[in-house]
Write a new protein. Structure first.
Lengths: 248, 317
């Protein structure tokens, strides 16, 4: 990667980040995200009643929370550029399309990372109350971060397909929901009644749940890591194709 | 600087740009005229590398836009039709961002921003967010971003659209000034701008070039070009028309009430003989003792040429 590419990615990521914090979306997202994680962890997730020093009841909800919140962050990435016409400006600059895609992705991923980092009080709480495995908590956060990145890249892809943010949002939710349900135990258990277990296992291998669980157990399995990175990489690559082919 | 060869763009079965070829050199300002939907914006989008051509190619400064997009784009400053900009940024932030993408850094960036802020009169709104600006300011902000790297090639899609008459005047002057050292293409609906700013104009209709020449050459295509208009005090237009009709160089005469109650226009048989016609008309006036109130040789009118070339055939008849 040459220095000009890095500079372009940096410039675009910086602009995108500033624009997140310049709009109310950022603050609404952060507040809602923190409120919901708190609510699910302590109330629905029975954090105290479990009587164990772990953040299992915290991380379990992330795939579902992200299902709605991450597409809300990613939906504007390209549809807004398309709607306002700035895409014409951006793509006639001496910038490669992939630099713009990567820059925008990094900015919104960074934004989600800030949201995730702001959940630190729950880590302090569990450490104060008991003696948790902080390594496991770390891998839990890492898994959550990669999960957010995968969802985000999908939201970016659907955002590139349309100038309508609502359409982009709904498409992203549907795709992400599929990625959850393909490996969600209640669904796979139901399917075992009439489908070949090998087929179900193959489909489940495409699910974020299967790979997210590994991180929650405190294991960084290279296959899980590879899964998230390849979903993200594939979605970013597909975004580039869409941008290249749907410029007007 | 800009070479366009057989440029064609089709959307589905619709051919929007049809086999365009022309060149623009440094020091030229090319006015790009045509009715709405003639393919002006699509052509400009292909020159700037936003849309890939269906067929044909464009090179800018020797770099083919499709195969060496970055090298070509570096040379181009582009003002898109929508004059889009990031509404949530301040003018200063937006221009700095564009300068950054253009690879201008450090002190040079500040100087570049200051230069275009002066050029486009944006001092007063430098720290306002673009969303809050009036249309004229937004337009000039986008114009400023096109100029920020002092490009060798300037492509502007309707640069005076939405500006007030004073701002239009400033922008035309700016274009003319830029045209001395750069290759400039701009599209417009306003035909006076061709006279005011262009060294050459192309009229396109339904994706094809229907006229290509200097403003003078285009005007000469007008029916009235080379005709002599005469008004004589107290002499009836019909009488004047009759007398002028006797001149050997005059093809026909007609009264032009729009130019004055007694104004008569004599059309030459041969447009190239226009100066002779004027002399013959003056001699006739002296012989007849008419008191001349008005006498001029018509240059021809661009709007007439434009209409003649771009109206659908059914309307022309």
């Amino acid at each position: 990667m040459n220095p000009q590419s890095l500079a372009n990615i940096w410039a675009i990521a910086k602009r995108e980040t500033v624009s997140y914090f310049g709009s109310p979306v950022a603050y609404v997202f952060l507040v809602i995200f923190l409120l919901l994680t708190g609510f699910f962890t302590f109330t629905v997730g029975n954090f105290f009643e479990r009587g164990e020093a772990s953040l299992a009841s915290f991380f379990t909800w992330h795939p579902w929370l992200y299902l709605v919140l991450v597409p809300a962050v990613g939906m504007r990435l390209w549809s807004e550029e398309r709607r306002s016409g700035t895409i014409e400006l951006l793509l006639t600059m001496p910038v490669n399309a992939w630099e713009a895609i990567f820059g925008k992705f990094l900015a919104s991923w960074f934004f989600l990372a800030i949201g995730l980092a702001l959940t630190f009080p729950v880590v302090l709480t569990v450490n104060w109350l008991g003696d948790p495995d902080n390594g496991q908590i770390f891998t839990g956060y890492l898994g959550s971060f990669f999960l957010a990145g995968a969802y985000l890249s999908i939201a970016g892809l659907t955002s590139a397909l349309t100038r309508n943010q609502v359409v982009a949002f709904i498409l992203a939710v549907v795709v992400c929901l599929f990625l959850i349900l393909a490996g969600f135990n209640p669904v796979t258990d139901m399917l075992t009644r009439w489908a070949n277990p090998a087929v179900i296992e193959t489909v489940a291998a495409f699910s974020v749940m299967t790979h997210f669980d590994g991180f929650q157990k405190g294991v960084i399995d290279s296959r899980d890591l590879l899964f998230f990175l390849s979903v993200t990489g594939f979605a970013l690559f597909a975004t580039a194709l869409v941008i290249r082919n749907r410029r007007s | 600087m800009i070479r366009i060869e057989n440029l064609t763009k089709t959307f589905g079965r619709n051919t929007v740009v049809d086999n365009l070829s022309f060149n623009v050199e440094r020091g030229e300002v090319l006015g790009f005229l045509g009715p709405n939907g003639a393919g002006k914006s699509t052509t400009m989008r292909m020159i700037t590398g936003f849309l890939p051509p269906t067929f044909g190619r464009v090179s800018v400064g020797g770099h083919y836009v499709v195969s060496e997009p970055l090298a070509a784009k570096r040379l181009i400053g582009y003002l898109p039709e929508s004059a889009a900009s990031y509404g949530d940024m301040t003018v200063n932030g937006f221009l700095s961002f564009v300068a950054e993408l253009r690879g201008i850094s450090g002190d040079a960036r500040k100087r570049a921003v200051n230069r275009v802020v002066d050029l486009c009169f944006l001092e007063n709104v430098l720290y306002q967010s673009i969303d809050t600006l009036s249309k004229g300011y937004r337009h000039r902000t986008c114009l400023a971003q096109a100029l920020i790297h002092d490009p060798e090639v300037l492509i502007m899609d309707e640069p005076t659209d939405g500006l007030d008459p004073n701002q239009k005047h400033e922008v035309r002057n700016l274009i003319r000034e830029m045209g001395k050292t750069k290759a400039v293409i701009f599209s417009t609906h306003i035909l006076e701008e061709v006279d005011a700013a262009c060294t050459r104009a192309i009229i396109i209709d339904r994706g094809r070039i229907v006229a290509n020449g200097t403003p003078g050459e285009l005007k000469a295509m007008s029916e009235a070009a080379g005709a002599v208009t005469l008004a004589a005090r107290g002499v009836d237009a019909a009488l004047v028309a009759n007398k002028l009709g006797e001149l050997p160089d005059v093809a026909r005469c007609e009264a032009i009430p729009a130019a004055g109650p007694d104004a008569v226009r004599a059309y030459p048989r041969d447009k190239t003989a226009a100066p002779l016609l004027a002399r013959a008309v003056i001699e006739m006036a002296e012989r007849e003792n008419w008191r001349i109130e008005q006498l001029r040789t018509e240059e021809g009118q661009l709007d007439e040429v434009f209409r003649k070339l771009t109206l659908p055939d059914t309307v022309k008849k």
